[in-house]
Design a protein around this ligand. Sequence first.
Ligand SMILES: Cc1cc2c(cc1C)[n+](S(=O)(=O)[O-])c1c(=O)[nH]c(=O)nc-1n2C[C@H](O)[C@H](O)[C@H](O)COP(=O)(O)O
Length: 491
Amino acid sequence: MAALKGSEIAEHNDAKSCWVIVHGKAYDVTEFLPEHPGGQKIILKYAGKDCTEEFEPIHPPDTLDKFLDKSKHLGPVDMGTVEQEVKEEDPEEAERLERVAQKPLLSQCYNLHDFEAVARRTMKKTAWGYYSSAADDEITMRENHSAYHRIWFRPRVLVDVENVDISTTMLGSKSSVPFYVTATALGKLGDPEGEVVLTRAAHKHGVIQMIPTLASCSFDEICDTRKGDQVQWLQLYVNKDRKITQRIVQYAEERGCKALFITVDAPQLGRREKDMRSKFTDPGTNVQEGQETDNSQGAARAISSFIDPSLSWKDIPWFQSITKMPIIIKGVQRVEDVVKAVEAGCQGVVLSNHGGRQLEFARSGIEILAETMPVLRELGLEDKIEIYIDGGVRRATDVLKAICLGAKGVGIGRPFLYAMSAYGQPGVERAMQLLKDEMEMNMRLLGCNRIEELNPSLLDTRALFTHTSTPPDQLFGSVYESLATPAQRPK
Ligand SMILES: Cc1cc2c(cc1C)[n+](S(=O)(=O)[O-])c1c(=O)[nH]c(=O)nc-1n2C[C@H](O)[C@H](O)[C@H](O)COP(=O)(O)O
């Protein structure tokens, strides 16, 4: 088949006939337009053109093979005949590239916050917007971190701590550390290779990786990158079409995933305004003239319309009927639901508010953990289920506090994304090493040799439940002008 010319593609440039180019091949997406989860506008912006750059971070490479009928695959394009978009000089992008060139050496990053600082200055606006954003005023996202600062240690002394072992097991799998790489979508927004960067770093450090449903890489790419007995779990957003969900779950088990984490705190993805603000707004639209602007679709909203809001406890037996993998409910936020998970026969829960990206003013994972464990002990259920938490973990002391309170392990999201976005695989590896070094030192200073010794007596949690130090309401504070300020006083 002779390659198509750019001019032929360019003729199909509207909703009546819409062809696009992805990775040097042409596709007729006319009939697909109304089904696109991200809306029609974003595709029509590239009608008749090459959309690879926009397509790449949001869609796994096998998306078109999987979801676009073969009859719409038009074949190769002679890219020499495709008129390249003349990119006007984008001063913002030029400045960003300047900051990338001047970023600190990786060896100058001493903690996870350092990676965030570099990522914030060097990432593309849309990528930073998507990774860093959280719901509404982002109070819960900040509470996730500040809640740890309401817990103090009660270390033991005169304990022989020459030998310290920070390894553990999670869901029956060995792990070199009691933390794991949690599921975070769209890895290629941060690094052109995407989630496989996390896979390789996780292998190097013996850290378990949770593979996100909404990965930029295909599921097979991530599994194929796994080495030796490296452990991977699957994070699942349940599709309204249960046949698709069944296929995903059973294939994941076939590919060697060791556990299924069903995400339940996102029946609808939260309102993440940084993500929405940084998204594509079609320059041609003008809200003033009443034209609707399509930036209601942050990346999150655009990729999540398939998620089934009707999911409920009554679906758990069905999952148990289609897989042998342990089932963990991710996004549990009250002890009553932990007890329900035990009664439903689940092997674990993740106490999580999705990194503050969902319900604003949901409590932090660590506070829910402190509420949960005493109740499980009272009911004699503490050995019936493994408890994980995530959100706001930025230091090994956060991990140790969670383990002392009874968590089996701790999920870490943004820090590894920022390390990857700023420095690629070496960045993620350094982030993991820094955490390991902090873990070992703090275990020694706590007077403990092994993870199993960590227990609630090593903590003072009296302040944990008192929210006197709610994170500052920065947005409100930055715009609110009280009547006390002269400008506001009635004349
Ligand atoms: C930062 C981040 C988190 C996401 C995430 C994407 C990003 C960029 N995405 S999201 O697009 O739908 O929101 C997922 C996801 O795919 N599935 C999921 O279960 N949790 C998702 N989470 C939540 C994540 O699994 C952890 O709960 C959260 O990241 C923990 O907080 P920290 O980032 O502070 O570690």
